[in-house]
Design a binder for this molecule. Sequence first.
Ligand SMILES: NC(=O)c1ccc[n+]([C@@H]2O[C@H](COP(=O)([O-])OP(=O)(O)OC[C@H]3O[C@@H](n4cnc5c(N)ncnc54)[C@H](OP(=O)(O)O)[C@@H]3O)[C@@H](O)[C@H]2O)c1
Length: 268
Amino acid sequence: MDLEISGRVAVVTGASAGIGLAVAREFLANGVAVVIVARDVSRLKAAEAALLEQRSAKVASIAIDVSAPDAAERIVDTAISTFGALDILVNNAGRAHAGGLMSSTEEDWAQMTAVKLTAMRRLCKVAIPHMQKNRWGRIVNMSSIGGIYPNPKLFISHVLSAAINNLTKSLALEVAKDGILVNAIGIGAIATDNWANNMIPAVRRSRPELGALSDDEILSRISAELTPVGRAGSPRDIAAVAAFLSSARNGFVTGDTIEASGGADRFM
Ligand SMILES: NC(=O)c1ccc[n+]([C@@H]2O[C@H](COP(=O)([O-])OP(=O)(O)OC[C@H]3O[C@@H](n4cnc5c(N)ncnc54)[C@H](OP(=O)(O)O)[C@@H]3O)[C@@H](O)[C@H]2O)c1
């Protein structure tokens, strides 16, 4: 299917690895110019170099923490000064926080909220005037199935996911008249560094009987137990959904949180 977005310009936050990198690849394959965002400069530059190997790829990067006070303006300025427009915004930066309310700290809450929710709100606010100018825009916010089916083992992540789903719906209603569609993806278990770094240690603590297994084996075991399709997702599984939601072929889906979880309602 031709997504009819060749020549558009996208910003993808958290695009030096995992899901964000896969989304950037999918956009480039569809002729979209992409600004990738992440904090670690060397990993970001390596991702940029790898993306530029794709045929006719147009890529720029900005190394910044999305929760920095001036991040939204600097990211959007990069898109406008490099490619002259901003049509598509994918708010993907972040990670999971494993643990319940009682084991989480004030700092955990503040840091997670700043990266996942406050930065998302700010980036939408700064990006939307550029989309309104062209009467066309697409925004995709990465959420979690926990925003719909909360799991107390991931308290902060899932409270914030519910807030992201609500932000998405509310914003979609506000900007639909401007040709801008806003959706979220309720992501299930996807094999990325985020899973390995933030989820596997928590699974090892709560399931000591899995202790002898490697990280990959634990992910396979948990996915087989909890995911109806019987496997963990790949970043490409999510990138395919994000690409459709970001495309001109999507003309009628807005305000929705699309579950992309292999049918699962939890992943730990
Ligand atoms: N994987 C899953 O199972 C899963 C499930 C539900 C939801 N999600 C959500 O999907 C999104 C992507 O997850 P992933 O699994 O692909 O993660 P990942 O593999 O760890 O990649 C995260 C990306 O975000 C960047 N990043 C993290 N914090 C940032 C910040 N403050 N400012 C700018 N960039 C930042 C990272 O680079 P730097 O560290 O260099 O900044 C990296 O490029 C996250 O929001 C995550 O919560 C994932």
